[in-house]
Design a protein around this ligand. Structure first.
Ligand code: ADP
Ligand code: MG
Ligand code: MG
Length: 246
């Protein structure tokens, strides 16, 4: 599904990713953990194609295609979804409009017809219900006035509607209380678990991984994967800290 080989990237001329290699096969969920400033969010931005994040070496193959040669919207149309550590607020655009336009743009890119307004509302209502969210929340401007936890849950509704092939979820657990964590964990399993899907969970804490059992856990430090292991590695990190383990 995703194969990153010796990736180097700079931000504002500063090297942040320094030879990062990582393979995530279809059907698997991997976790990336690591200290603050290691480059975890930078990795997700580079995968998404965010301007200002310059790739200076290495390759990324996504479902057999050269990801780095694609524009951000082409990456999304190919099935890549990013959940942001700090979701942006977009005053003047409702979540409904935003998600519907994103979905229909992807459908067009795949040669499918737009969903009608009624079909979209039905889908949005069903996905919001899975998150225990009132669909009326999505009539408000994107993330404006949402609490941290509401932003994360709104992203999960968006993911449920978009049904990506591959999701990179950057600290989706931050700002969630224990009940919301359980609901969001169940949603990640429901939406992203499957033979032709995969996900990369970026997280500081083991606690999300109690709900979404990763197949592999990787430690990112100073822009490279310095250790990989099974789910037990997350527990070891929680116990020992990054300095000991990495
Ligand atoms: P993490 O998500 O692992 O905490 P980040 O990817 O956010 O780490 O940041 C990695 C490093 O890149 C940090 O040292 C951070 O200060 C730096 N960095 C990130 N974005 C920028 C930017 N826009 N300009 C300059 N430095 C940046
Ligand atoms: Mg950080
Ligand atoms: Mg980060």
């Amino acid at each position: 599904m995703l194969e990153i080989n010796n990736l180097h990237a700079t931000v504002a001329g500063k090297p942040i990713l320094n030879g990062l290699s990582l393979t995530v096969p279809a059907g698997e969920v991997h976790a990336i953990m690591g200290p603050n400033g290691a480059g975890k969010s930078t990795l997700s931005y580079v995968l998404g194609g965010r301007p200002g994040y310059e790739v200076t070496g290495g390759t990324v193959t996504f479902i057999g295609e050269d990801l780095l040669a694609q524009e951000p919207h082409e990456r999304a149309a190919a099935g890549l979804f990013l959940g942001f550590q700090y979701p942006v607020e977009i005053p003047g655009v409702s979540s409904m409009q935003f998600i519907r336009e994103s979905l229909n743009a992807q459908r067009r890119a795949r040669g499918q017809a737009d969903l009608s307004g009624a079909e979209f509302i039905r889908l949005a209502r069903a996905e919001a219900a899975e998150l225990g969210m009132d669909v009326d929340m999505l009539k408000r401007p994107v993330n404006v006035g949402f609490s941290g936890g509401e932003k994360k849950r709104a992203e999960m509704v968006q993911m449920g509607i978009m049904r990506p092939r591959f999701a990179v979820l950057d600290e989706t657990d931050s700002g969630l209380d224990i009940d919301a964590l359980r609901v969001v964990g169940a949603e990640i399993n429901r939406i992203m678990r499957g033979p032709d899907r995969a996900a990369l969970l970026i997280t500081h804490y083991q606690r999300l991984l109690d709900y979404v059992q990763p197949d592999r856990v990787h430690v990112l430090a100073a822009g490279r994967i310095v250790r990989s292991g099974g789910p037990e590695l997350a527990l070891e990190l929680e116990r020992e800290g990054y300095a000991e383990v990495a």
